[in-house]
Design a binder for this molecule. Structure first.
Ligand SMILES: Cc1cc2nc3c(=O)[nH]c(=O)nc-3n(C[C@H](O)[C@H](O)[C@H](O)COP(=O)(O)OP(=O)(O)OC[C@H]3O[C@@H](n4cnc5c(N)ncnc54)[C@H](O)[C@@H]3O)c2cc1C
Length: 415
């Protein structure tokens, strides 16, 4: 296409998931021109159904909270953990950071479509079923190659690109920015069931994380929805799957059958949906930004699903990037490293410390410790609610040291 005819847009966002929809809406609210290229048609399935309170702060900032609250999603007020007869619950209404007391458990197909529709309502343009295939950074502004559903291509020149392509990791792949994750290869197998849960004490307003009775690194999620259905999944390192059936439904059942407390919860479930799997999802990058682009959400780094932090990190990165980019477009000199990457990574590193502690066992000891003080419970609840950037919280300011100290106390008092 001759350069004179080429479409020029101020901001192009790759992907209309939570990171893309929130970033696009925030920039549009500042008056900028935003185009989202999304390769799928929404609604589309996505995993990541248990939200943290902190992500609603960004939904609110983007002017979408009313729509999310009106959508009838399952209210969520905390997180519960079970291991054998041990049970421990954390309440998002009683946290150190005093954030939002409740959030939601959502079918992501509906939730992501709602956010994307809200972004469109605010003036963002989304082109569905179009795929970003290449980017040329040789000129003053990047030029994107977009493939339409019929196989034809066109190019768009962008003032700035926000890559919110999730597991697509478009710019990390194209620009050789991928870096190995610190976490071993793990795999999840999951499905949705008609749950019929009537177990005494089961709390539909919390995600239930159940630890396998003998393998502490194997855990399950149960995330009830508001329509009587529940998302159920198992996470384990790949070697734990070796003695399990190759058939995904049989594999999930085999893990659950080894875990009596969860089998009891799900005893009346109707297994009407074929299980799916996703593996090797933890990922990292060499940099979060470069000339003319920044990486958001999973396109940058994904840690681990255990504390349901993915959507919150995605939205936080969207909000921070939108703010820096807005100032840049206003003509300010901005420093993406100190104003975006470094502060974003601080909270991600907090989550990382607790994820490491979970798999190594020390954070599980803390979670199931029966003598937990109210103050410590509030500080941990804060992190579980997503407030991992609140450095007034000692468990955020010094996560590793605090966790080590607490684990030693739990061990020495013989929990
Ligand atoms: C097993 C598991 C369980 C999880 N559970 C939770 C949970 O309970 N809570 C939670 O918060 N998080 C959870 N997560 C993490 C969560 O799935 C992600 O962190 C979250 O979806 C990231 O949002 P995003 O906007 O960055 O990317 P996505 O939601 O993946 O959106 C990216 C979009 O980009 C589009 N795209 C990709 N490539 C291209 C391209 N080339 N051109 C155009 N468009 C493109 C895709 O179609 C997609 O719609 C879990 C993850 C796993 C693996």
């Amino acid at each position: 296409m001759p350069i004179a005819d080429r479409e020029c847009r101020q901001i192009v966002v790759i992907g209309a998931g939570p990171a893309g929809a929130i970033a696009a809406a925030l920039l549009k609210r500042h008056g900028h021109d935003v185009l989202i290229i999304e390769r799928q048609q929404f609604p589309r399935f996505s995993i990541g159904e248990s939200l943290l309170s902190h992500c609603l702060d960004f939904v609110e900032e983007a002017g979408m909270l009313g729509a999310v609250q009106a959508a009838g999603f399952q209210l969520k007020n905390g997180a519960a953990f079970a291991c054998g007869e041990q049970y421990s619950a954390f309440d998002f209404g009683d946290t150190f950071s005093n954030g939002k007391p409740t959030t939601f458990q959502v079918q992501r197909a509906d939730f992501d479509k709602l956010l994307a529709d809200e972004a469109v309502r605010q003036g963002v343009e989304i082109r569905y079923r179009e795929t970003l295939t290449a980017v040329d950074f040789a000129g003053e502004n990047p030029v994107l190659d977009v493939q339409r559903e019929d196989g034809s291509h066109y190019s768009v020149q962008a003032g700035f690109i926000l890559d919110a392509s999730g597991y697509g990791r478009v710019l990390p792949r194209l620009l050789d920015l991928e870096a190995p994750s610190d976490f071993p290869l793990r795999q999840a197998v999951f499905t949705h069931v008609e749950d019929h849960i009537d177990a005494p004490g089961f709390d539909r307003e919390k995600i239930l994380v159940t630890v396998h009775p003998t393998l502490r690194d194997v855990w399950f999620w149960s995330i009830p929805f508001s329509n009587g259905r529940c998302s159920v999944g198992v996470v384990a390192s790949q070697e734990r799957f070796k003695d399990k059936p190759a058939d995904l439904d049989a594999c999930l059942h085999a893990f659950i059958n080894e875990t009596p407390s969860l089998s009891r919860v799900l005893q009346h479930a109707v297994w009407d949906t074929p299980a799916r799997t996703i593996g090797g999802y933890s990922a990292n990058v060499k940099t979060l930004h470069g000339k003319g682009f920044a990486l958001l959400g999973n396109a940058a780094e994904f840690l681990d699903p255990v504390f349901s932090s993915g959507v919150t990190i995605a939205m936080r990165s969207a909000s921070m990037a939108a703010e820096v980019l807005h100032r840049q477009l206003q003509g300010e000199n901005v420093d993406w490293e100190s104003e975006f990457a470094t502060p974003l990574k601080r909270g991600v590193d907090t989550f990382r410390a607790y994820v490491e502690g979970w798999y190594e066992g020390s954070f599980q000891d803390v979670i199931f410790y029966p003598g937990r003080s109210d103050d410590i419970g509030r500080m941990i609840s804060s992190i579980l609610a997503g407030y991992a950037w609140d450095e007034r919280n000692p468990f955020v300011a010094e996560p590793k040291r605090r966790l080590r100290m607490l684990a030693e106390i739990c061990a020495s008092t013989g929990s």
